[in-house]
Write a protein that binds this ligand. Sequence first.
Ligand SMILES: *Cc1c(COP(=O)(O)O)cnc(C)c1O
Length: 359
Amino acid sequence: MRQATVYIDSTALQYNLNRVKQLAPNSKIVSMVKANAYGHGVKDCLAALNNTDAFGVATLEEALELRAQGSKHQITLIEGIFNTNEMLAVLEHQLECVVHHQQQIDWLLKYKHQYIQHGLKVWIKLNSGMNRLGFKIDEIIDVIMHLKNEGFHCVLAMHFANADVPDHPMNQQQIQQFLHIKQVCAPIEASCCNSAAIFNWPELHFDYVRPGIMLYGATPFANKSVADLNLKPVMTFTARIIALNHIQAGDSVGYGSLFTAEEAMDIAIVSIGYGDGYPRAYIKQNYVALNGELRRVIGRVSMDMIAIDVTGLNAALDSEIELWGQYRLVDDVAEANGTIGYELLCRLSNRPIRRKIEV
Ligand SMILES: *Cc1c(COP(=O)(O)O)cnc(C)c1O
């Protein structure tokens, strides 16, 4: 059987959650599990994340999946609801909403009594310069005062555009705006830290931190590795050798004949490709790990196969190859392909089989 496998290491996930607790001991943790727990599978992550205070998701469907899996945690819909009908599910399943435009406030006010009775908080998003979602600095004070007067428990929230670049001047602008609104609207709960910001600014942890990528053991920074951050990769993505070839100098490999051997070499064909979510768009030499050692990927990545250089090894059929995990970090595969670990993790297809490694 062709076995591309995604292993989820529950111990590593718990370890990373504990790292968040160490770094932000006085804040509640909203574990971000949007996009199916960054591709790791909500189902396989829930138990290890049980000690989180809350979950953050992007869509109602993602929240309902958590409830279906038995989670009783506080859940925040980070983009709020997308139409008024979703309010019924919000109340039925006790979900907390972000509001970032006036219409969402109107929907909320319509169901005000039930929402408040359930003890649900409303998260009010400040647009402090990222210009994606949120109320601008000159409108948000009225919004917050209004919601407070209506009896809502409010959380002021914002998101950094450049938390991965701590010295970026935009960060200070966003921080100043956030602190200003927090002060004017005091007392109010506050939340602005994603993974990178949790590392950068302990003084901004406030009531809730919102770790995503760090939980999964990938780095939010271009210039700091998971080892630097003391995090452990949660996902190991593997496939097996399905063929071995000996080729001669001048022989080429794969589509477009992009790779040509300069001398005789042994290559192994591994049953993984972009149909599984393994990236094709390399810009730098990419590697996989075999028995913990890095081996070159050669030629084009096909839909179902890649070729690797196994010259000098006694590579055997059915050997398990690590595409990313402990030895070949997803962050490094991403860099070789001009993207970030987040994207590779999220866009795995559902073809690989999934295995949870229990605590
Ligand atoms: C995804 C997300 C996070 C987590 O970001 P990471 O960089 O993965 O830590 C935090 N807050 C919001 C609003 C998000 O959308």
